[in-house]
Write a protein that binds this ligand. Structure first.
Ligand SMILES: NC(=O)c1ccc[n+]([C@@H]2O[C@H](COP(=O)([O-])OP(=O)(O)OC[C@H]3O[C@@H](n4cnc5c(N)ncnc54)[C@H](O)[C@@H]3O)[C@@H](O)[C@H]2O)c1
Ligand SMILES: [Mg+2]
Length: 310
């Protein structure tokens, strides 16, 4: 990856043997076969044919960005054809440009990872076309790993915002929260963006105090994931404990709609429930939890495992 990022000539060669994922205004090109989404992988020759068919300059392939590399050094690229007519492209390519969020939870792990990195990188380039100091256009290197303002020499690198997500426990129960924007009935672990200069531990303690008014006693790291919604974040997942005698919650209603402690049985039952069928006969929604693709799900699974091992 380093050579591909740093050397435009090597990257150009890799484009000729690489695999491309197409987007249109940040929506990936997908095919739906027997109810399942497939992510077509297109090679450089096919991309050039598509560009030729739609009377686009072959050079447009150089607008693509590098999003990864396979074990046997096959490079993956993403190309956004947003300036072209969407419906014409779709009928020519026999598939459709689908909102990432719509397909995300039905795709294979490798595809979700590549498509979310691709969308984040394409968005970053779209938002950084001008130097914020000089106002002059910036130019991307071939791989898309940076943009340079040739007037000031400033180099811009793609960024993600760090977010901590914490599953809080009092030893017997775990704390789950919901924002008004979550799907009905859905509860998740408590999340918050890192402030500049903060350590992850400080963010966990501050967010827990701000959102539910509790004091974290101890915490430990679990895992991380890139999360593309609504913008590119690096989710850093932690477990944390409060003292069992200090569990009274004070919900910050500006940030959360609700927060409460859940027993092991309640969590196990909620995890079994399909979020799509959590609506009850009286119109209310049963508690449901994030799907397996979200790191919150992994934290909850780990907590259950720990409780069962006690
Ligand atoms: N993958 C998962 O399992 C999972 C679960 C829960 C939340 N999340 C994600 O975590 C993210 C953060 O959670 P939250 O909304 O509770 O955060 P939060 O508690 O920090 O509240 C969001 C507010 O923080 C401010 N903010 C500070 N820095 C920001 C930045 N860089 N970008 C946007 N807003 C910023 C804004 O005022 C925003 O309204 C969300 O984007 C959400 O999608 C992911
Ligand atoms: Mg939050």
């Amino acid at each position: 990856m380093f050579e591909l990022k740093e050397n435009d000539d090597i990257c150009r060669q890799a484009q000729n043997s690489g695999t491309f994922y197409l987007f249109h205004n940040f929506s990936p090109f997908l095919q739906k076969i027997r109810g399942k989404y497939l992510v077509p992988q297109i090679n450089a020759t096919e991309i050039k044919k598509i560009l030729e068919k739609f009377r686009q300059n072959e050079q447009r392939i150089e607008d693509s960005v590098l999003i990864g590399c396979s074990g046997d050094c096959l490079a993956y690229f993403a190309l956004d054809l947003g300036s072209m007519e969407r419906s014409v492209l779709e009928s020519g390519l026999e598939g459709s440009f689908t909102e990432l969020q719509q397909a995300f939870f039905q795709l294979d792990e490798k595809d979700t990872h590549l498509l979310s990195s691709a969308q984040a990188l394409l968005r970053w380039h779209d938002n950084h076309q001008y130097c914020s100091k000089t106002g002059q256009p910036t130019k991307k290197n071939l791989a898309g790993s940076k943009r340079v303002c040739h007037s000031s020499g400033i180099i811009y690198y793609p960024q993600m915002s760090p977010v901590v997500i914490t599953l809080l426990s009092d030893g017997n129960r775990c704390l789950l929260v919901r924002q008004a924007s979550f799907p009905r009935g859905m509860y998740s672990a408590l999340a918050g963006f890192c402030d500049v200069g903060e350590t992850l531990e400080e963010t966990v303690r501050r967010e827990v105090a701000e959102e539910v008014g509790l004091e974290v006693d101890s915490l430990w790291y679990s895992a991380s994931q890139h999360w593309p919604f609504p913008n590119s974040t690096l989710m850093i997942a932690c477990h944390a404990m409060v003292q069992p005698q200090e569990t009274e919650i004070s919900v910050n209603k500006l940030e959360l709609e609700a927060a409460r402690w859940f027993s092991l049985d309640e969590v196990v039952e909620a995890l079994r429930r399909d979020p799509r069928s959590s609506k009850q006969e009286d119109g209310t929604f049963s508690v449901c939890l994030p799907p397996k693709q979200a790191i919150a799900h992994q934290l909850i699974q780990e907590w259950i495992k720990n409780q069962l091992c006690q």
